[in-house]
Design a protein around this ligand. Structure first.
Ligand SMILES: [Mn+2]
Length: 507
């Protein structure tokens, strides 16, 4: 959906979730500003049992003059009700009847949930503000300094002070958007209340430490999610603790924070493991976080579904405890060069020709230029050399190679690069911060194949430290393939189950 698709409506009510946070408030503010600029009749409301009480939010609303209103009675009969940072008819947003409904959100969609036709839901993005920032960009709408500071603060707070950012689009917004630094400084200074500081203290006292795998679990009473980050940052400093999970049970689900200081556990991967099927999670290698949705917990866990509101915390703890335990129990670790993979149960396969993209940075950038290549998998620093080639895989992942290597394993194809990707990789020129979309410069090629591997399906989760990345592992799930190159048994890696059949065939 595009923002301009909704310009057919004249009378618009924008509603964010109850107990709004900064992301919800800034999202609604952005939508309000956009439709106001098109001379629509617009209201921005929130509802629920409580008015906004947090000091930073009150300050945000007042300083930036955000026209948010508390509404519990009626919204009248607008042409359109547009919900943001939440989904219509979900538990965290008060229901109002409306003739037409549209939704913009970044949360996971519950199984079987009916969405309005007019919707833009991009799960896996750090904040709803990012989704709207991207939509505004596509409409060539320039946010003023108040609005862009609000959007930045929405992303900032929804990603635990940017530490849990994982999507490249979030990074783009973080790099490109203007924000008022002194406002941010003020807001950071009124982030938690004395009461919440005490909640952090109580959580620390109740720690559950699992010495066999050196991890800690801490439960905090309902509080602002960024307190979870504070607690987990603090607790990771404990000498015997390598990994720590801090969570809080809220009305609409569970917020959690994960920290790790050991290469054997990637915080982002653990966060997505914990929230798999029931929410979303991600972040960085060392800091990550996530959210488990109430509706999905009800669907998947009987003990949670039948627990009274009062007993929910008691129902959640064993679920998380078991997830942590299984995480350690169910995964094998392989170290390239150290772990010898037995060929038992393995079969020989050969790589099939595969069409993908590539760019030659020296075609459009000066030699010696330092660049940052951004993709779904993260950022990569490179220097442009005459023979540098950046490959773009079919998932939008990028990896560098040399022209000589490229010529040995790929054949150039004619025609324009036209693979559809969720995020098309970009190049950022370090010295000028200029961002260049790669798609217009990309060419197509096909692998000439011939690469022989030995592979077998994984029965259990696996982490593989490859030859190329000694500090970061590849994660494989049951059904994925573990493989090594016939020409180099130390070159172990994981091939995803969706990707394997189209890329390899048995010999
Ligand atoms: Mn949000």
């Amino acid at each position: 959906m595009k923002l301009s698709d909704l310009l057919v409506f004249d009378d618009i009510v924008i509603q964010c979730h109850d107990n709004p946070d900064a992301d919800a408030i800034a999202s609604g503010f952005a939508l309000y500003s956009y439709y106001k600029s098109h001379e629509k009749k617009v209201r921005f409301i929130y509802s629920g049992r409580n008015r906004i009480t947090k000091s930073n939010l009150i300050y945000l609303v007042k300083t930036l003059e955000i026209p948010i209103e508390y509404e519990t009675q009626s919204i009248g009969d607008p042409d359109l009700l547009l919900t943001c940072d939440c989904q219509y008819e979900e538990g965290n947003v008060t229901y109002f009847a409306a003739r037409n409904v549209a939704t913009i959100d970044h949360h996971q969609v519950a199984k079987g949930k009916k969405l309005p036709k007019l919707c833009e839901i991009r799960s896996g993005i750090g904040s709803c503000c990012t989704v709207i920032w991207d939509m505004l960009r596509k409409e060539n709408y320039q946010p003023d300094s108040e609005l862009s500071s609000a959007l930045y603060y929405g992303l900032f707070t929804d990603t635990n002070a940017l530490s849990e950012i994982s999507h490249p689009l979030d990074r783009d917004m973080m790099d490109e958007i203007y924000f008022d630094k002194s406002l941010l400084r003020r807001l950071n200074g009124m982030n938690i209340t004395l009461e919440e500081a005490k909640i952090a203290g109580i959580a620390l006292l109740g720690v559950e430490f699992h010495s066999e795998n050196r991890y800690a679990i801490l439960e905090a009473q309902p509080c602002d999610p960024n307190i979870l980050g504070l607690i987990s940052d603090f607790f990771l400093a404990v000498d015997t603790v390598d990994v720590c999970l801090v969570y809080s049970v809220l009305d609409y689900g569970i917020k959690f924070s994960v920290r790790s200081d050991t290469p054997e556990v990637r915080a982002d991967e653990l966060a997505s493991y914990i929230s798999k099927n029931i929410g979303s999670g991600g972040g960085h290698m060392d800091k990550a976080g996530g959210f488990i949705q109430h509706e999905l917990l009800v669907q998947y866990y009987k003990q949670y579904a039948t627990a009274s509101e009062r007993d929910r915390i008691a129902a959640v703890t064993p679920i998380l405890r078991e997830k942590m335990q299984n995480y350690y129990l169910n995964s094998d670790i392989y170290y390239a060069g150290k772990t010898k993979l037995s060929s038992k149960g393995m079969k020989e396969y050969v790589k099939l020709p595969l069409t993908q993209g590539y760019v030659v940075p020296s075609e459009f950038l000066p030699l010696g230029q330092h660049i940052l290549v951004r993709s779904m998998e993260g950022d990569m620093n490179l220097m442009v050399e005459k023979d540098t080639v950046v490959m773009i895989g079919i998932r939008g992942e990028v990896y560098p190679t040399k022209l000589s290597v490229f010529k040995g394993s790929y054949k150039k194809l004619r025609g324009k690069y036209d693979l559809k990707l969720e995020y098309t990789p970009t190049i950022k020129v370090i010295t000028t911060s200029e961002t260049i979309e790669l798609a217009p410069y990309a060419h197509m090629c096909v692998s000439t194949g011939g690469n022989h591997i030995m592979a077998k399906r994984l029965k259990k989760e696996a982490k593989v430290f490859t030859k190329w990345h000694k500090n970061e592992y590849l994660k494989g799930e049951p059904g994925d393939y573990i493989a090594y190159k016939c020409s180099d048994p130390d070159d172990i890696y994981i091939i995803g189950k969706d990707f394997f059949p189209e890329s390899y065939k048995p010999v």
